[in-house]
Design a protein around this ligand. Structure first.
Ligand SMILES: [Fe+2]
Ligand SMILES: [Fe+2]
Length: 305
């Protein structure tokens, strides 16, 4: 979704909603998605307020949105999040990924400093981000011949569109391959879609990398293909799985919006892991939105009367 202009009144109203203690998590998510799509310093400043939120899930989403906007004004904030080892690893991971998405030279030193971070997911994220920046120095961000169906700024480019599906599947499923190449295969499979691609993506949940698995769940949500529901339900229901993976599985189920997921999402709003419980609350709101046939998951910023 391309960024647009909005009146200062709308941004101020969204910012107020974000800070009000009575605003629910799901309402805050809608506010954040609106702010993300509004150009300018005021919306940027309002998003930074969201980093004060008590929910680690919400803070990670703010960091993600800052990366998607690719506004260099966010670099300093993202760098301090990445360097803050007391912050939740999922928020630090998202800050590292966001630095990679912005991709300017100022993003490189903090990413280098944390490429061997004590938290594996943070370290791998920084390695990916550095490789993305390096790759884009010599290439176009996307294959000019490939149709761009998904508008996200991805942590890596997709593998070349001409790569056969079995070769993409083999790379994705190879625990010994470079994570950068596995990510490239993953995005190429997402872009291709269809049964075979879905099967390969579902197979990647057997991988040992939580980072890779969380991205697989994320792209399954983007694809919004109901054939992925069964494997996403299994991932969400697996208490032994990493919270970041279960989180993306919950939100993917919300995005696919199959009514068969309602009971499961409701059940896990009580999960012992707050990241998972909060994700299910947000997912139920997304599901309701998708089912209502709405135009854009966001808050229009209208001032309540
Ligand atoms: Fe992530
Ligand atoms: Fe996430």
């Amino acid at each position: 979704m391309a960024a647009h202009e909005a009146s200062p009144g709308v941004v101020a109203s969204l910012c107020r909603k974000l800070k009000e203690p009575t605003t629910s998590l799901q309402q805050k998510y809608r506010v954040l998605f609106s702010l993300r799509n509004i150009k300018g310093d005021a919306s940027h400043a309002a998003m930074l307020q969201g980093l004060e939120d008590e929910s680690a899930l919400f803070r990670h989403e703010v960091a993600f949105c800052l990366g998607q906007r690719q506004d260099p004004a966010a670099i300093q904030t993202l760098e301090s999040i990445l360097r803050d080892t007391a912050e939740h690893p999922m928020v630090r991971h998202e800050a590292g990924e966001a630095l990679g998405a912005i991709g300017s030279p100022a993003c490189i030193p903090p990413l280098r400093d944390h490429a061997a971070d004590g938290c594996l997911e943070v370290a791998q994220t920084c390695q990916l981000a550095l490789q993305r920046i390096e790759f884009l120095e010599g290439h176009e961000p996307c294959d000019p011949g490939a149709p761009q169906r998904y508008l996200s700024v991805d942590p890596t480019p997709p593998a070349p569109a001409a790569t056969p599906t079995p070769a993409l599947a083999a790379t994705l499923l190879d625990d010994g391959a470079r994570i950068f190449d596995r990510y490239r295969a993953l995005f190429a499979l997402r872009d291709r879609g269809g049964e075979e691609a879905l099967e390969a993506l579902a197979g990647a949940f057997a991988s040992s990398s939580a980072l890779l698995k969380h991205e697989v769940a994320y792209v399954l949500g983007q694809m919004q293909d109901a054939r992925a529901v069964a494997c996403l339900k299994r991932v969400l229901g697996d208490a032994g799985e990493a919270a970041m993976v279960r989180h993306e599985a919950a939100e993917a189920l919300g995005a696919i919006a199959d009514r068969a997921c309602l009971a499961l999402l409701q059940q896990y709003t009580e999960d012992a892991e707050p990241i998972v419980a909060d994700s299910c609350i947000v997912a139920l709101d997304m599901l309701e939105f998708e089912q209502s046939g709405g135009f854009q998951y966001a808050d229009d910023g209208a001032v309540a009367t």
